[in-house]
Design a protein around this ligand. Sequence first.
Ligand code: GLV
Length: 306
Amino acid sequence: LTGGPPLNVLFAGRFDVAERQAWWNALRAAAPQCHWQRDDEPFDRSLIDAAVVANPAPGALAALPKLRLIQSLWAGVDKLLGDATVPAQVPLARMVDPAMNTAMAETALWAVLALHRRFFDYAAQQARAQWLPQAQRRVDKVSVLVLGAGQMGSAVAARLSAQGYGISTWRARDAVPLAPLLATAEIVINLLPLTPATGGLLGASFFAALPRGASVVNLARGAHVVDADLLAALDSGHLHRAVLDVFHTEPLPSAHAFWHHPQVTVLPHVAALTDERSAAQVVAANLSALARGDVISHAVDRARGY
Ligand code: GLV
């Protein structure tokens, strides 16, 4: 380290009590050289050099005159970029956590296996005491399209490919047209960052471009999906099933049609939780870089949106 004065670091966000304490312990253990402050206790806003945040309340990062780094504990920074009170000139780093990429690959593998081998359908059949074996298809005959080729999209594509699935990938920033890829995809997994270019992408024309009987897995952000269009595509029988981890409003409101839809599987935004042990090391490395005046890792390109 520099031998300069210790950084004053604010830990801010919305957690349950146990989660907050686990993060607090992990972060202080990983960067003991910093002076740590927490947003649920009084602190001096004029002293804060860096903020480590998870889903902070709007306005939480305003009026911090010395702020030089915002480190997200979340991989997706769409909410931070959408909050006009987050200072636009302060470098913002997203979380890149290898343990989170692994967890995302596990969730994708579970969803794809359950779709391919009809395990969701068998669970529904059990609820009706219905014994009805279905054809067993070879893994290499199942084509999966992964949307997004970043940290998570790449980890998911590698895991599914190792499992034997036929994988194609698409990135929003490439000029490659999406429709031909959709036309041959049996399962689509969304891992795109949410940006103005990708919001609402999974809408009526997207679903119509998929072959009849295709399924959709959304592990990215709820706002990628036009809910009414997805429900229409499921209800018409065009789509077989949707596995959804993320929603426009979270928690998913109890009256939402997804909860009880027979072709929808709902997860409570758990596809890949940030792992506090590995993520705290990532945070500590960026705080050291800030203290030394070095380049911050995983800085968000605000114009690009991730
Ligand atoms: C979770 O959705 C994250 O962005 O880390």
